[in-house]
Design a protein around this ligand. Structure first.
Ligand SMILES: C[S@@+](CC[C@H](N)C(=O)[O-])C[C@H]1O[C@@H](n2cnc3c(N)ncnc32)[C@H](O)[C@@H]1O
Length: 252
């Protein structure tokens, strides 16, 4: 599947040590969001960090994993927020990771990038205090999303949590907004987008081994000041930087 209608998707390598897909993604996200994710496109990571700092003030994760990191836009805010933490970031696409590594180094941030499938990683059981993802889940599949949730459960220490930032679920949403958001399912080569946003996430968490009582599904305000003014405006299909993000939080 050429995700986002990009020929070859993000994993294709046209030459040795290719970074093309990463370079395209970096600029394309800025254009797609019309700059409303900030100069470094880091609004999602920064918004999750703001949620954590507010809700879990004493939280000091020693080891953090970002799944489906792409070029690391959302990864870097965790490096700044938790300077003592060992931050890992994985993606299946090598060109994205090469670019991500160069970008992080250029910005002076230390991240351990590795090419791995979030459905089945080589990390040890119960080795992370925090797992995050940002608009990863809708780019997978019904089978993969279950594997990823089970992998989160395996990798988290007891009492630790996973936070998946996403475009909001359709349940309870204005039907016009849901219809407009669904545009990507049919026109942007994102076949799982609509299916995920209709899924029962509570049930998914329980099936993956998490405590159903601890599941949180919430909207959080954008950390990017200029985007905050847009809160509640979904703007039909163009959610990025619309002023708020949907968080799916599960705890072990
Ligand atoms: C929309 S991008 C994620 C954006 C990124 N998290 C951010 O906040 O900037 C989705 C990424 O997920 C990666 N991906 C898709 N399925 C994956 C999987 N099973 N394991 C790891 N990465 C995956 C893709 O290669 C792509 O880079």
């Amino acid at each position: 599947m050429d995700i986002h209608c990009q020929p070859g998707g993000y994993h294709t390598e046209l030459r040795n040590e290719d970074v093309t897909a990463g370079a395209i993604y970096d600029r394309a996200v800025y254009i797609y969001a019309m700059g409303r994710m900030g100069a470094l496109n880091d609004d999602m990571g920064a918004s999750v960090v703001a949620y954590l700092k507010k809700k879990y003030q004493g939280f000091r994760p020693a080891k953090i994993l970002d799944m489906g990191c792409s070029v690391g836009h959302s990864t870097l805010p965790y490096v700044d927020a938790y300077p003592e933490a060992e931050v890992h970031a994985i993606d299946v696409a090598a060109p994205m990771l090469r670019y991500a590594h160069a970008r992080a180094e250029a910005l002076g941030k230390r991240v351990h990038f590795s090419q791995q499938n979030a459905e089945s990683t080589n990390f040890r059981d119960e080795s992370f205090d925090l797992i995050v993802s940002h608009i990863l889940l809708h780019e997978t599949s019904a089978k993969a999303v279950r594997n990823i949730m089970r992998e989160c459960h395996r990798l988290l220490r007891k009492g630790a949590m996973a936070i998946h930032a996403e475009v909001p679920q359709y349940a309870g949403m204005d039907p016009y907004d849901a219809f407009m958001l669904d545009w990507d399912t049919y026109n942007n080569n994102e076949p799982f987008w609509g299916y995920l946003h209709d899924m029962d996430l509570q049930q998914l968490a329980v099936e993956s081994g998490f405590d159903g009582v601890a599941v949180v599904q919430t909207m959080v305000p954008s950390a990017f000041e200029q985007a905050k003014a847009r809160t509640r405006l979904l703007q039909g299909g163009d959610f990025a930087g619309a002023g708020q993000w949907f968080l799916y939080v599960v705890a072990k």
